[in-house]
Design a protein around this ligand. Structure first.
Ligand code: 5GP
Ligand code: ZN
Length: 117
């Protein structure tokens, strides 16, 4: 299944395999991989394979996808050995400090202290 590739988007390049990543999970709709600069002992990013720039660009049609992304977080964390809690967040837009312009959910866990957050 081909994703909606944006040629200048680093996460689209990861989806396409043009940039390597440490993948945790993948299906037709989503990709999960380890953040390259983790804030916490376990820090993964859950992204839709389809390019969506920010949460402002989502519609009601994205509801099921966004729900799946959030709902898979606890299972992923358990699989990665995180059983004492985690944080899930989506940075959005300039004031939200979103650096990569492809919607992604950070999921972070593991023993504290963490580098950030
Ligand atoms: P944002 O600030 O946009 O919410 O977060 C973007 C995240 O993507 C950052 O935590 C950053 O470390 C991560 N990141 C940026 N480029 C890459 C990359 O090429 N590979 C991986 N695995 N993570 C990346
Ligand atoms: Zn993209």
């Amino acid at each position: 299944m081909s994703a909606n590739l944006h040629s200048n988007c680093i996460f689209c390049k990861i989806v396409a395999g043009q940039i390597p990543s440490r993948k945790v999970f993948e299906d037709e709709e989503v990709l999960v991989f380890h953040d390259i600069a983790p804030w916490a002992p376990v820090h993964v990013l859950i992204i839709p394979k389809q390019h969506v720039t920010t949460m402002y660009d989502t519609t009601a049609e994205h509801g099921a996808l966004l729900g799946r992304m959030l709902a898979m977080a606890p299972r992923l964390m358990e699989q990665l050995g995180v059983t004492n809690g985690f944080r899930a967040l989506v940075n959005t837009g300039p004031d939200g400090m979103q650096e990569v312009q492809h919607v992604h959910m950070h999921v972070m866990g593991g023993p504290r202290p963490w580098a950030k957050g």
